[in-house]
Design a protein around this ligand. Sequence first.
Ligand code: HEC
Length: 153
Amino acid sequence: MTAEWKNYGGDTPRVSRARTMGKLIAILFMLLLCGAMFWAGLTYAGGQPRAEKLTGAEVTNEQLARAKTVFEGKCARCHGLDGRGQTVLGNMVKAPDFTDSAWWQDDVSNRRLISSVTSGKEEMPAFGRKLTRQEINLLVAYVRRFEKTSSEK
Ligand code: HEC
């Protein structure tokens, strides 16, 4: 190749074709990189930082479905699948009835609910080490829905 190049005193067709290919590959690579960065940006935006501000209204159905799964696994033994706290354990520990709008009449801010789930309250264990902040935020949004389901009926 070097010898050929010397003889022609310039780019051989083969060399210039290789260069065009090289450029194409470089462009493709850049596009891929941009795509990857864009994707990373998207997932990041959907992650922790924005989720901290989540309240009931802004939660997507997908996130609610995820919260439901966690609730069923970690919370329902006390709070019941329907949020009424009418399980054997729930009665023992006096879990509140989340469908009772009277319960919600106290000042139940997201801040308070999130801190109760994170650090525990009375008979409820702390979940701050078992769940991420985002999961806890979503669970609180999920729990808020129990009141709405009762008032819709
Ligand atoms: C061992 C039983 C138990 C489990 C498991 C449990 N809770 Fe509770 N939870 C309680 C009890 C009891 C209360 C009432 C505490 C009080 O105010 O006396 C409560 C209260 C709450 C409250 C209201 C807090 C407040 O500030 O009044 C929320 C919200 C809540 N639980 C969410 C959850 C979520 C979400 C989970 C699962 C990650 C969960 N709980 C798991 C027993 C439990």
